[in-house]
Design a protein around this ligand. Structure first.
Ligand SMILES: Cc1cc2nc3c(=O)[nH]c(=O)nc-3n(C[C@H](O)[C@H](O)[C@H](O)COP(=O)(O)OP(=O)(O)OC[C@H]3O[C@@H](n4cnc5c(N)ncnc54)[C@H](O)[C@@H]3O)c2cc1C
Length: 514
């Protein structure tokens, strides 16, 4: 057993997984300390009950997982055996440019309210996206997942080496490339129908293509009792093993100790009268970008490190959600036609209104209350809701109940897009992930950076310093729990000498038991 003192900052899924893997590999639990700024573990995996008598989870952060995500799927299935619910949304509908149509009708130029060029017409939105990507990377269809005999690694190798107009894909902005290969109307139609500003924004084109083509393969699920179950189970195993998990304990400042032997770091934990100092042989930052930037700004000893040099390679993106409860599942009364939501499905609708996406999460058996994720918005749409969320317009909080004005607005947008009078909700909640201590819902690699080189470097940015970074932010699958776990796993194998877990290779693709 090694007694090296490892301090992990961040009690999200990456930090918890790091501690759990170290303990399972024989690291003494008493030599691991986890610091979490908030009063709960789980970070951006946060499932709440909107009412005490409700069993339907409102997923404030991550919601879905996929059987092609080996770490997530392996943990959920093989290790913790958590209840999975398949996600098979009924045909979606869209309300775009004041027109309501089913997603299948995207291919009908008489219905789609966008002026596409002749060569862009008659395609589903998925086929139009692939047309654009094929024009950027013409051999893409020879590779996995289009070619089942290929592998993810071969697809990545092709995309990393492919040049468009003489320039590597990773040097292009995705929007810049979209503008080269399809019309502006087609780009807007795609951005609106998928209802995300950040996916079609000007982030690293290579990572955007990987995200669209490679990360969407597979069968989708959600955790029946909430995604937060995963970090909670990791935390329970850690507590049982004797690992200290300190809540309300933000890592505030890092100092290097220059002694030849003994701990490498002195850490200031907490602020004000409650601040305390602890020492560490190794420090793991399992944090999003914003808290890392703040830590580097406060810690002169980190400012000239290679870590500081990489902070511009990614950007944090705003994201928010609004949840509403209703006495009645009013969406079941929408007349037949586009806009009709089938019962007992995890349906979703899309709009260019600021609410952007609406998910019909179900009716709680005990209370009879309907639960809707009335808005899932990113990019500039977050500004719209933030300024309404409370009455003074400041909306400085991570999560809050909705002001009267915000409820009036969301009720009006729901009524407009469904073409019915939506009743007043019985409760509402707003979460703004751009607030501290997160700084964004997820992160994007910026054009001009090679994510596949920088991500593994973050496992130890400075070879002279036992400081490690993991988590979704600098991962190769940004926006996903799999990315957070993948970067932790890379760090554990590269820097802590751990072997891949036995459950990893058994899990991908095997269906859950009925
Ligand atoms: C709206 C939304 C939707 C998403 N949808 C999906 C989805 O459907 N499927 C999916 O797989 N993923 C999804 N994700 C992404 C997924 O939730 C994240 O990738 C994952 O939870 C990130 O884990 P992490 O440990 O890297 O970071 P985090 O969960 O952010 O954990 C970091 C932790 O560090 C703490 N912290 C911050 N500062 C300090 C400090 N100074 N000291 C100590 N602790 C600190 C924070 O409180 C937090 O608990 C979504 C995310 C959001 C926001």
């Amino acid at each position: 057993m090694t007694e090296e003192k490892v301090v992990i900052a961040g009690g999200g899924v990456a930090g918890l997984y790091t501690a759990w893997r170290l303990v399972n590999a024989g690291h003494a639990p008493a030599s691991i300390e986890l610091l979490e700024a908030g009063d709960r573990v789980g970070g951006r995996l946060w499932s709440i009950q909107m009412r005490s008598d409700s069993s339907l989870p409102a997923e404030l952060g991550g919601m879905f997982l996929n059987d092609q995500q080996p770490l997530v799927y392996g943990l959920v299935r093989q290790v913790f055996d958590l209840d999975l619910a398949p996600v098979t949304p009924a045909p979606d509908f869209a309300w775009l440019r004041g027109k309501r149509f089913s997603i299948e009708q995207f291919a009908d130029p008489d219905i789609l309210p966008y002026q596409l060029r002749p060569d862009e017409q008659g395609l589903s939105y998925h086929a139009l996206t692939l047309l654009a990507i094929e024009r950027m990377a013409p051999e893409i269809k020879q590779y996995w997942p289009f070619n089942p005999a290929g592998s993810r690694e071969q697809s990545l190798a092709y995309l990393r080496n492919h040049r468009f107009e003489g320039r590597l894909l990773c040097d292009w902005g995705f929007w810049n490339l979209m503008a080269r290969v399809i019309s502006n109307e087609a780009w807007q139609a795609l951005r609106d129908v998928v209802s995300t500003y950040t996916l079609f924004a000007n982030w690293n084109a290579l990572d955007a293509i990987v995200s669209i083509v490679l990360e969407q393969a597979g069968k989708w699920y959600r955790l029946a009792h909430g995604y937060q179950q995963l970090p909670e189970r990791l935390a329970a195993a850690l507590r049982e093993a004797g690992v200290k998990i300190n809540l309300s304990s933000p890592l505030h400042l890092v100092q290097r100790l220059s002694r030849r032997t003994g701990p490498a770091f002195s850490l200031e934990v907490g602020v004000g009268p409650d601040a305390r100092q602890i020492q560490a042989d190794r420090l793991v930052l399992a944090l999003p970008l914003m808290p890392i930037v703040k830590l580097v700004n406060r810690s002169p000893d980190l400012q000239s490190s290679p870590l500081a040099a990489q902070l511009k390679s990614i950007r944090a993106l705003p994201a928010c959600k609004i949840f509403l409860t209703f006495d009645q599942p009013w969406w079941r009364d929408v007349p037949d036609g586009p806009g009709k939501i089938q019962p007992d499905t995890y349906g979703v609708s899309h709009t260019d209104l600021p609410m952007r996406q609406c998910y019909y999460l179900g009716v709680d058996e005990a209370s009879g209350q309907g639960l809707v994720m009335a808005s899932y918005a990113d990019g500039t749409a977050v500004d719209f809701w933030r300024a309404l969320a409370d009455d003074n317009g400041h909306a400085g909080k991570l999560e809050s109940t909705l002001s009267r004005r915000a409820i009036t607005e969301i009720q009006s947008e729901l009524s407009e897009m469904h073409g019915v009078e939506v009743p007043p909700p019985t409760g509402g909640l707003f979460i703004d992930w751009a607030k501290a201590p997160f700084g964004g819902g997820w992160h994007n690699w910026q054009p001009g950076y090679k994510s596949w080189e920088i991500a593994p470097l973050m496992a130890r940015p400075d070879p002279a310093l036992p400081l490690h970074v993991c988590g979704e932010a600098f991962s190769e699958a940004q926006g996903w729990t799999e990315g957070a776990l993948g970067s932790a796993e890379t760090m554990l194998q590269k820097e802590f000498g751990l072997k891949a877990p036995a459950w990893l290779n058994d899990s991908a693709g095997s269906p859950p038991p009925n």
